[in-house]
Design a protein around this ligand. Structure first.
Ligand code: ACO
Length: 400
């Protein structure tokens, strides 16, 4: 059994993290990209290393960020990134050793991450809380009758002119959109990091801006015997009104010399609803933000609830044992109180499944249908599942 010293990294040691990350991720990052990633971590971020003697064999970086939750509040969470273990120390408990202080009792009540592989984090109590949908569809598709759009309200702006405008538009969006993250300057720089190496033969980002939304996209020209068959790859589309949404899509669908649009939207992105034949858009769903309730009693009251509920839940949590046990959850007027109880449980679930349901996208009923939640009182799962659901699926479109 290996034991590791886990501690905060000194500024000198921080400079070695990118090498560790590159070796773990089978990658070779440019200095510039490393600097962009570093810049996304604000002054409050922490970086932990796992050591064997002097050798650093693992790292994790934790940045505090905010996410909009059901009910409209902003919840601050610990965002994990750059999790890396030296290839010659994999599967020897390094990540487990790093996760102990990261998920300590006194940390923020909610932790979140984007996983390289979903299979890694369930054991640490993370559930898949948002999903994204990859769309591939032909350009020039007409809209179904009744959809109005005004693409003449869309203007292409150069990056320097577009950035301040889209930041303001995004702030408006993130005020309301469940799943949207707060962004500091460094997050913007990283999300829009744009060099030859990251373009894969596509153009730099282009910015189509509407008074109430924007689309950032790249183009990839292709010439065939049958004529132009280019691709438009939409990096981010933000719309604060239905008119902005339809107008931006009309604009993107009509771009000349392109045959295909690729776009990763939210789980229930309304794009296909615009089309007369929804099958023309092929859709694939992928996992998104993973959520872990580090402190169940503190985390559940931070969000809103769409229906009243009064239920005793037995939580199973082997990694953060202070969460384990029976909790009396009472939601009324949109808010929830949580108290420890000795009463019999109405249902039993793993903490990862509460994390999955936290953003209102994943239904507890779906998890129960997979046999993952034990119901002891008929209707208890349906009641809590309904109360936790959000009006729409959460949309988290920024990988950090
Ligand atoms: C938020 C992010 O940054 S996501 C990025 C994560 N990093 C990467 O994918 C880079 C490449 N991989 C790595 O650096 C490492 O292999 C890590 C971080 C994924 C895992 O680190 P390790 O030190 O090997 O994990 P550790 O030994 O603590 O494993 C703990 C348990 O998780 C399991 N596990 C670890 N990695 C995986 C995986 N990729 N898939 C499935 N199970 C896994 C182990 O089998 C072990 O299970 P057990 O307790 O039943 O024996």
């Amino acid at each position: 059994m290996n034991t590791y010293t886990v501690r905060s990294l000194t500024p000198d040691e921080l400079t070695t993290v990118p090498r560790l990350v590159a070796s773990a991720f089978l990658a070779d990052y440019a200095e510039e990209e490393i600097a962009a990633k570093d810049g996304a971590l604000n002054a409050d971020s922490t970086s932990l290393g796992a050591f064997v003697g002097d050798r650093q064999v693992g790292a994790v970086r934790v940045q505090e960020r905010g996410v909009r939750v059901p009910g409209g509040d902003l919840v601050m969470f610990s965002g994990l990134t750059s999790v890396a273990v030296a290839p010659d120390y994999r599967r020897r408990g390094v990540l487990t050793a790093l996760m102990r202080p990261v998920l300590a009792r006194d940390s923020l009540a909610v932790s979140a991450l984007w996983a390289s592989e979903s299979a890694i984090y369930g054991r640490f109590g993370y559930g898949v809380a948002t999903e994204s949908t990859q769309h591939t569809l032909p350009t020039k598709s007409a809209f179904r009758p009744g959809v109005t759009a005004d693409p003449s309200a869309v203007r292409e702006l150069p990056r320097d002119k577009a950035m301040p405008v889209i930041k303001t538009l995004y702030e408006r969006y993130a005020e309301k959109q469940v799943g949207a993250l707060t962004r500091i300057e460094g997050n913007w720089a990283y999300h829009y990091y744009d060099t030859e190496a990251t373009r894969h033969g596509q153009t730099p980002y282009r910015f189509a801006v509407h008074p109430d939304g924007y689309a950032a996209y790249r183009g990839k020209p292709e010439w065939t015997d049958n004529g132009p068959r280019g691709t438009v790859h939409v990096h981010e589309l933000v719309a604060n009104t239905p008119e902005a949404y339809t107008s931006l899509w009309r604009y993107l669908l009509d771009i000349d010399l392109a045959a295909t649009i690729e776009y990763e939207g939210s789980g229930d992105d309304p794009l296909v609803q615009l089309l007369p034949d929804t099958r023309t858009a092929l859709r694939k769903r992928f996992h998104g933000l993973h959520i872990r309730l580090t402190d169940v009693a503190a985390a559940l009251p931070l969000r809103g609830y769409q229906a009243p509920v009064d239920v005793v839940v037995e939580v199973v949590d082997s990694f953060c044992p202070w969460n384990a046990g029976r909790w009396h959850l009472v939601a009324a007027d949109g808010r929830m109180t949580v108290a420890k109880t000795d009463s019999a449980a109405d249902l039993t679930l793993d903490v990862r499944d509460l994390g999955a349901a936290y953003m209102g996208g994943t239904r507890l009923s779906t998890l129960a249908a997979a046999g993952l939640i034990a119901e002891h009182t008929t209707g208890a799962v349906a009641g809590l599942s309904h109360a936790m659901q959000a009006e729409r699926e959460p949309a988290c479109r920024e990988v950090f």
